[in-house]
Design a protein around this ligand. Structure first.
Ligand SMILES: [Zn+2]
Length: 444
């Protein structure tokens, strides 16, 4: 089996159970796995210099809407609150075809890879004009990222009192049928899997109670994970109390939406009881600090969640509400926001990087990822700390305080995706050009 040796790294942040930090260390990749981590390792295969670099597990993105890369910084949605923002964008998204889904996913995943991400989930909840989940799965294969697409859904359109136009919602039986189709066709439960499918009704306010319940039953039957948006802002809580007579946490619990096979995006407004519920049930949270800031939703109680034992990962969220998809920038924002809420000692750069790597992998049910130790998958980010961003840093491994926001090299399942700061799997300038043309067309 092919070997690659990352040699003589200044620092290796292993994120293993002991959270070991090694200096002058090597990482040996064999096939898709990490074979060894330590000093003085040897290989007859390829070597990659780690000198002047910090090596970390690849970052894990637990929440995204890749298709939204085509609707960044849309006038009229730039300064709107969540519900108004959705109403501005729905008619644009209704024009998407499989081509838009494919190209935007390629671009979004490439952008993530450059920022150190090796594993990303995606939440695709609208399927206009023949779009299908596999449009994004094919894109991920081309870019080379490990991918957890989720089959999202909306079923309550304007004529039923919902927010989305009727053209963007689907019949609930058709949704369930397609969920079964994509799980059967694309979900790989094996260790080292490059593609795992999840089920993900968009939010409690865009599908019926019955679909939430049925999706949970189907997920348990198929052995796949569940994902949705929950408790994102005050409007969200008010809607839950008005429509369901309870808070989002209770609604989720009643419908089977808690457990270690469930993760919810945002959870900005979880109260003490809901945090306790999530901790007891090991229900995961995708924390999306840039999106929460962008939409003015608030500061998620990540410190309290972590202290209670809630699994927390990071998500860049869709590019229409971020509007960048840099996971390293997202991690820095997560660290800063907890400090705004709780003080300068509330979250260290190292703890935040742990949330961004191992934390996210655990949220997605991937204990085989997110740490650098023998037997784990070879998903590795190499950060050059000889550049301007790290210059003068007394602790270059504190990457989120002073460090590069893009990687020098990136490996996924032992394959090099970024080489010398460049995407190695696709012609990026051509992709950007094509993506720009599609965005132009949507503006007309
Ligand atoms: Zn989202």
């Amino acid at each position: 089996m092919a070997e690659i040796l990352i040699q003589n790294a200044d620092t290796v942040l292993t994120m293993d159970d002991a959270r070991r930090v090694l200096h002058g260390a090597d990482v040996l990749i064999r096939g898709g796995q990490i074979a060894a981590v330590g000093q003085g390792l040897e290989t007859s295969g390829e070597t990659v210099s780690g000198r002047g670099c910090v090596v970390t597990p690849g970052l894990v993105n637990t929440h995204h809407h890749l298709y939204q890369n085509l609707t960044r910084a849309v006038p009229g949605a730039q300064d709107a609150l969540l519900f108004g923002w959705l109403q501005r964008l729905y008619p644009v998204w209704a024009q998407f075809t499989p081509d838009e889904m494919f190209v935007s996913a390629q671009l979004g995943l490439a952008e993530l890879a450059l920022s150190g991400c090796t594993l990303s989930s995606d939440h695709l909840y609208l399927y206009p004009n023949g779009s299908r989940l596999e449009d994004t799965i094919h894109a991920a294969r081309d870019v080379g990222l490990r991918f957890h697409p989720t089959r999202g859904a909306m079923s309550i359109g304007e004529s039923d009192g919902g927010l989305p136009p009727d053209s963007l919602v689907e019949d609930e039986q058709a949704i369930l049928d397609d969920m079964i189709r994509v799980v059967d066709a694309f979900h790989d439960p094996a260790e080292g899997s490059m593609c795992r499918v999840g089920l993900a009704p968009c939010s409690p306010f865009s599908v019926s109670r019955e679909l939430m319940r049925d999706a949970a039953l189907l997920a348990r039957d198929k052995g796949v994970m569940l994902h949705t948006h929950l408790a994102e802002n005050d409007e969200d809580i008010a809607y839950s109390q008005a429509q369901f007579g309870c808070r989002p946490g209770q609604y989720a619990e009643e419908l089977g939406w808690t457990g270690d096979d469930v993760w919810h995006a945002h959870c900005v407004k979880l109260d003490v009881q809901e945090i306790d519920l999530f901790a007891r049930t090991r229900t995961g949270v995708a924390h999306c600090p840039c999106s929460n800031c962008r939409l003015g939703s608030g500061i998620a109680p990540v410190r309290a969640m972590r202290d209670a034992g809630v699994p927390v990962g990071l998500g860049v969220d869709g590019s229409a509400s971020n509007d960048m998809a840099s996971l390293s920038a997202e991690a820095r924002q997560a660290m800063l926001l907890q400090r705004v809420a709780n003080g300068a000692d509330a979250m260290s750069a190292y703890e935040t990087l742990e949330i961004a790597t191992r934390g996210g992998a655990d949220v997605l049910g991937r204990p085989d990822c997110g740490r650098l130790e023998p037997g784990k998958r070879a998903d590795i980010a190499i950060w050059d700390t000889t550049g301007i961003a790290s210059s003068g840093s007394w602790d270059p491994a504190a990457l989120l305080l002073a460090g590069p926001t893009q990687v020098k090299h990136l490996f996924v399942e032992g394959k090099q995706i970024i080489r010398g700061g460049e995407l190695a799997t696709l012609d990026l300038p051509r992709l950007i050009e094509r993506h720009g043309q599609l965005a132009q067309r949507l503006m007309q």
